[in-house]
Design a protein around this ligand. Sequence first.
Ligand code: AMP
Ligand code: GLY
Length: 410
Amino acid sequence: MKVCVVGSGGREHALAHVLSRDTEVIVSPGNPGIPNSTSDTPEEIDADLFVVGPEDPLVDGLADRLRKSGKKVFGPGSDGAHLEGSKAWMKQVLNEAGVATAHHGSFTDENQALKFLDTMGDLFVIKTDGLAAGKGVLVTENRAEATDAIKSYLAGDSFGDAGKTVIIEEGLTGPELSVLAICDGNQAFALSPAQDFKRIREGDTGLNTGGMGAYSPVPIATQQIVDSIMEEAVSPTLTALQKRNIDYRGVLYCGLMFTPDGVKVLEYNVRFGDPETQVVLPRLTSSLSDLLFSAASGRLINPPVFSSDAAVTVVCAAENYPLSPKKGDLIEGISEANAIDGVKIYCAGIDHTDKGFVTSGGRVLSVTGCGENLDTAKKRAYEGVRVIYWEGMQYRSDIAAHPTDEEKSS
Ligand code: AMP
Ligand code: GLY
């Protein structure tokens, strides 16, 4: 079998790496750090299966176009991808399916939005309706900041058209969890859960990012909890989509929170998480190509099997990420880090010049460590991070620092 992975980040590197255990892989466009990257477009490539990584091409209908030309695709069409393309629509589907989620309202009118804000508690959550590269969510206790965000989102000043409808949500608290469900249109299998770290600084402070690290498995996410998420969130959502004639074949990424009132869905994404993929897939012991091919064919049969080993990934980001990441800094130590036992570097915002690898994006690479438990995996990941260097490199030193303490506090 030949698989084409579409995308160019650390998630796609991890997909390609794990798929290549038992199949030929090509990555379009990939990046200079991902083997078998090609400048050919997916439409120009002949492959038995296409796995689309990022949300933008899915929302734009790449999966529909490939399917129309007879290709087998793992990734929803633009109808299903609307779950991520419009948070207002996603909330409608969640409510219709009876899935527990934060109380919310969606608005295009400033006065109505501000009136609704008055009904919220002490923690304000303001989101863009449309895609904003993971940066369109503001969580704040400061009412003035929430008000300013609503005004500037609606005026199109912060996120263009994506913000012209805003979602205002009740602020929830508790540990977060990512459960990625592999869907074949009718049924779904959960992958082993992960937890990611969205803020740029230690202690979950500073700006929201695409994700600064992750670990898997997650001690608080027992099999019973995962089963209930599948029964109470994923299955009813697939049924609600089917009612709308949407044949959802791809990942349904559930962003969840363990609140004092139970587990609630914060968001759905229509793709693998980044950097969750870099810790979940290396732990898979069954065949990823079989799993994704059978989902794309509408016939999931064998559930995925995971090793009891743990994985931790630490994202190394460019100077000044997430505001305006600096490009062109020379990266040292990638092959030395890859040579450490149990360590694998997944490349993202990276370019190759005659001097060697240089930074070319916000999240430059993620360093995954694997081991028999979270402590060993974490130790290995940070051993890898310590041999990587460029001027201004940023990373969090507390990824997976206290996974079991969260268990106690929940
Ligand atoms: P989203 O893109 O909707 O997942 O939001 C990004 C991040 O914002 C989440 O991972 C949470 O950390 C935070 N967040 C989103 N919605 C809420 C909410 N209703 N209450 C508290 N935090 C939230
Ligand atoms: N790690 C969060 C995301 O992929 O959206």
